[in-house]
Ligand binder design. Structure first.
Ligand code: NDP
Ligand code: 2IT
Length: 444
C-alpha cells in the first residue's frame, strides 16, 4: 500500500466519527500524492504525513454560563492548534450547534494550507463551540464569550495563536472576547482579529473574504479571456462572506440573483438588494423571510434551492457539504462556467469531481476564501506596528494577494501536469511551503 493510502486509512481508523476531517484529509492527501511519491521513502522515514495529520495540540473545555432566566447552561469549547511550521496558529472560532471536534479538526487542517497560500507567516488552527448565538440576548452572548475566553486565554496570544471570526462569531462576539482577554491577561495586544475599528481592527477585514472571493474569480475569468462583468451569479448564505461577495460582485458589474440562510432562500430576478440584506442580517439579526418586505418582486422559498437557478457563476458561502451531486448536475445542465467556494468545503467530493469532469472551473475554499485570513494577517501587522492603514491600502493588498494566489495555484497545477485543476494546484502550492518549513525545523 502506498504511503498516502496508508495514512488515509490510518486517519480514518484513529479518528472515528469525524467524517468531515476524513474528507478534508482525503482531499489534500490525494492532491499532494505526486509530491509525496517523488520522495516517498524519506517522507515515510520522517513520518511526515503522520505529523501533518495529527494536530500539535487540541484543547477541549467546559464553558458554563448563566442565561437570562438564571439557569446555568454548559457548552463545550475547542481550540485545535494544528500546525505552527510557518507562523503562529491562526484561524477562526465557529459558534454553531453543529460544532464538534471533527468539524474543528477539518477546519483547522484546511487552514494550514489556506494560510500558507496567502504567502503570509501564519500557521493553522481553528476553534469554537456548540453554543448557538441565535435568539440569545446580548447579555447571554457576553456571558458565554467571557466564560469561553476565561479558559481559552490560557492558550492564546499575539505571538502564539490568534483566533478570529467564523460562523456565528462576528464583531459583537470578538469584542466581548477581546475585552475578557485584556481583563484576564492585562495586556492590550493583537490576540484576536476582526476587532472593532476603535480598538485595533483593520479596515476592510469585514469585507475581505467576500471581496477576495470575487477578486480571484475575476482573475480566473480574465486569465481565460473573459471577466465577471455582465455575468449572472448565484450565492448561498446570507452571512459575512455572502453579503460582501454579493456587494463586490455587483460593484464589478455582475448580477447576483440568490442568497439563503438555514431556513430558506431568496430569488430576486432584479439582483439582490445588499442594503436590505445588511439591514436584515447585520442590524436586525432576522430571517430572510423579511426580504420580501423590501423587494416585493422577489421570491422566498423554504428549504434549499439556489443551485437550481440558471447562472454563469456559483458561489457557495454558507457551510460545509451544502452543494451535492444533484446540485452539481443542475449547475452543469445550466452551463455554469465557474464554482468558487466562499465557505470551507461546501462542495461534496462527488460534486467537485462532477463539476471538474464537466469542464467547470472549480476554485476550492482554501484558495478562494483566503482573503479573510490574509486580511487578518494584515490586521496583525498593523497591530504590531501600532498603525492603521487606509481602506484603499488594505483592499489593494488584498486584491494583490488574491491575484497572486490564483497564479500560484495555476502554476502548481501546470507544473504537475494538472492544468486547470485548482484543487490539486491549491493543495500542492499550500503544502510545499509547509513541507519546506517542517523539514528545516527537524522532528517536532
Ligand atoms: P455567518 O455566521 O456570518 O453566516 C453563515 C451563513 O451560512 C448564514 O446565512 C447561515 O444561516 C448559513 N448557514 C450556516 N450554517 C448553516 C447550515 N448548517 N445550513 C444552512 N445554512 C447555514 O458565517 P460566515 O459568513 O463568516 O461563514 C460562512 C462560511 O465561510 C463558513 O464555511 C466559514 O467557515 C467560511 N469562511 C468564513 C470566513 C470569514 O472571514 N468569516 C473566512 C473564510 C471562510 P443562518 O443564519 O440561518 O444560520
Ligand atoms: O476560515 C477562515 O479562514 C476564517 N474563518 C478566517 C480566519 C481568520 O483568522 O481570519
Amino acid at each position: 500500500m502506498s504511503y498516502v493510502d496508508q495514512i488515509i486509512s490510518q486517519v480514518t481508523e484513529k479518528n472515528p466519527a469525524e467524517p468531515e476531517f476524513h474528507q478534508a484529509v482525503r482531499e489534500v492527501l490525494e492532491s499532494i500524492r505526486p509530491v509525496i511519491e517523488q520522495n516517498e521513502e524519506k517522507f515515510k522515514k520522517d513520518a511526515l504525513l503522520e505529523r501533518l495529520t495529527n494536530p500539535e495540540r487540541q484543547i477541549k473545555f467546559r464553558v458554563p454560563w448563566v442565561d437570562d432566566n438564571g439557569n446555568v447552561q454548559v457548552n463545550t469549547g475547542y481550540r485545535v492548534q494544528f500546525n505552527s511550521a510557518i507562523g503562529p496558529y491562526k484561524g477562526g472560532l465557529r459558534l454553531h450547534p453543529s460544532v464538534n471536534l471533527g468539524i474543528i479538526k477539518f477546519l483547522g487542517f484546511e487552514q494550514i494550507f489556506k494560510n500558507s497560500l496567502t504567502g503570509l507567516p501564519i500557521g493553522g488552527g481553528k476553534g469554537g463551540s456548540d453554543f448557538d448565538p441565535k435568539g440569545k440576548s446580548d447579555r447571554e452572548v457576553m456571558a458565554f464569550c467571557q466564560s469561553f475566553m476565561t479558559e481559552l486565554s490560557k492558550y492564546i496570544g499575539a505571538d502564539t495563536d490568534v483566533p478570529a471570526g467564523d460562523i456565528g462569531t462576528g464583531a459583537r462576539e470578538i469584542g466581548f472576547m477581546f475585552g475578557q482577554y485584556k481583563r484576564l491577561r492585562g495586556v492590550f495586544e493583537g490576540v484576536l482579529t476582526g476587532k472593532g475599528l476603535s480598538f485595533g481592527g483593520s479596515l476592510a477585514r469585514t469585507e475581505a473574504t467576500g471581496y477576495g472571493l470575487l477578486y480571484i474569480v475575476d482573475e480566473l475569468l480574465r486569465s481565460h479571456g473573459g471577466d465577471i462583468k455582465g455575468k449572472t451569479v448565484v450565492v448561498s448564505g446570507a452571512g459575512n462572506v455572502a453579503i460582501y461577495a454579493i456587494e463586490k460582485a455587483q460593484q464589478l458589474g455582475a448580477k447576483v440573483v440568490t442568497c439563503s440562510d438555514s431556513t430558506g432562500w431568496v430569488y430576486d430576478p432584479d439582483g439582490i438588494d445588499v442594503a436590505a440584506l445588511k439591514e436584515i442580517k447585520e442590524v436586525k439579526r432576522a430571517r430572510l423571510t423579511e426580504y420580501k418586505n423590501y423587494r416585493p418582486n422577489s421570491e422566498y422559498h423554504e428549504g434549499r434551492g439556489v443551485w437550481q437557478i440558471k447562472a454563469d457563476i456559483a458561489l457557495p458561502c454558507a457551510t460545509q457539504n451544502e452543494l451535492g451531486i444533484e446540485d452539481a448536475k443542475a449547475l452543469v445542465a445550466n452551463k455554469v462556467i465557474a464554482v468558487a467556494e466562499g465557505a470551507n468545503m461546501p462542495t461534496t467530493e462527488e460534486a467537485t469531481k462532477y463539476l471538474q469532469d464537466n469542464g467547470v472551473f472549480f476554485i476550492p475554499g482554501k484558495a478562494a476564501n483566503a482573503g479573510g485570513v490574509a486580511t487578518s494577517a494584515l490586521e496583525m501587522s498593523q497591530n504590531s506596528e501600532r498603525l492603521s492603514w487606509s481602506f484603499e491600502e488594505v483592499d489593494k493588498q488584498l486584491k494583490g494577494i488574491m491575484e497572486g494566489i490564483y497564479h500560484n495555484i495555476d502554476d502548481a497545477a501546470k507544473r504537475y501536469g494538472y492544468e486547470d485543476n485548482f484543487v490539486v494546484g491549491a493543495n500542492i502550492a499550500g503544502f510545499e511551503k509547509v513541507l519546506d518549513a517542517m523539514n528545516a525545523q527537524g522532528i517536532v
